[in-house]
Design a protein around this ligand. Structure first.
Ligand SMILES: *[C@@H]1O[C@H](CO)[C@@H](O)[C@H](O)[C@H]1NC(C)=O
Ligand SMILES: *[C@@H]1O[C@H](CO)[C@@H](O)[C@H](O)[C@H]1NC(C)=O
Ligand SMILES: *[C@@H]1O[C@H](CO)[C@@H](O)[C@H](O)[C@H]1NC(C)=O
Ligand SMILES: [Cu+2]
Length: 273
């Protein structure tokens, strides 16, 4: 067996064991700590984030795909104020570095791949962000009942193949010094209470792994725009295992991974306002 094959298998085996989610949002310079999956929900309060669990969702039709696990609200869940047009940075962590934000930085001996055991653990697949109008207080809303529109996505960068870690913004999340992924609330969006749903889709393995997490926002501004029906989707419902960007999961280490330069991001088209 070639050295590179051994390293790839070692990495693959390890990567099964770290999962995670968004642990902090940064909005207009303010940090909003997220739900801690390591602590019981009853002991948590005053969060903008809904409950989630670090284990990935492997079925796009599972009720868990909405907000990860049951997405319930803890005590005194509230809405973070954000001006339409401003950015929200979501910071991800895997469960191995959860209690140690600065490390450890780890390279498997002999590995030819990027090092890991850092804040995020997976490299391949798109990043997506959605919002949904709660029509009132989000805290009492079941996220599965909402209609979501996509506000941002990052797929395969031009000039790269599916198997290039550098082709994916997801791999930047595991680079030391990367705070997270920043998305913009559409400037013309009508003010009100919205749920925001960040999602990492990991296509390294089949089945793929969905990492959604939801938080609550109070959008301020003077916009009047709302997305039309053709931008709106439900979770579950927006994806299926047959979507090209989901069906392609598991090929990154093979010939298809090396020779495919196009990736079709699942879900609806982005609404920019
Ligand atoms: C939802 O996620 C939780 C936590 O990982 C798991 O225990 C449960 O079985 C999942 N539910 C379904 C329907 O897959
Ligand atoms: C992370 O998750 C894996 C898989 O469930 C588990 O084996 C490991 O103990 C967890 N580590 C921490 C620090 O939670
Ligand atoms: C890529 O490799 C696969 C597997 O051998 C092959 O079926 C496919 O035709 C190749 N595609 C291109 C664009 O070369
Ligand atoms: Cu994982």
């Amino acid at each position: 067996m070639k050295q590179s094959t051994i390293a790839a298998i070692a990495c693959l085996a390890s990567s099964v064991f770290a999962h995670g989610g968004v642990y902090t949002y940064t909005i207009d310079g303010v940090d909003y700590p997220g739900y801690k999956f390591t602590e019981p929900p009853e002991s948590q309060s005053n969060l903008i984030q809904r409950r989630w669990y670090y284990w990935p969702v492997e079925d796009p039709l599972s009720p868990n795909v909405t907000c990860s696990y049951d997405g319930s609200a803890v005590k005194d869940t509230y809405h973070a104020p954000v001006k339409a047009g401003d950015t929200i940075t979501a910071s991800w962590s895997n469960n191995l570095t959860w209690d140690d934000p600065n490390g450890p930085f780890y390279c498997e001996p002999g590995s030819t791949r990027d090092c890991f055991y850092r804040r995020w653990y997976h490299f391949y697949g798109p990043l997506m962000a959605y919002m949904a109008d709660c029509g009132g207080d989000c805290s009492t809303v079941d996220p599965a009942a909402l209609k979501w529109f996509k506000i941002a996505e990052e797929g395969l960068k031009p000039g790269f193949t599916l198997g290039d870690t550098a082709g994916w913004e997801q791999s930047a999340l595991s680079r030391p010094g990367t705070k997270g992924w920043s998305v913009t609330v559409p400037k013309s969006l009508k003010p009100g209470n919205y749920m925001i749903r960040h999602e990492i889709l990991m296509i390294e393995l089949m089945p793929p792994q969905f990492y959604p997490t939801c938080g609550q926002l109070k959008v301020e501004g003077s916009g009047t725009a709302t997305p039309s029906e053709d931008y709106l989707v439900k979770f579950p419902g927006a994806y299926s295992m047959e979507d090209p960007g989901i069906a392609i999961s598991g090929v990154v280490y093979g010939e298809l991974g090396r020779n495919t330069t196009e990736y079709i991001i699942p879900g609806p088209k982005v609404w920019t306002g």
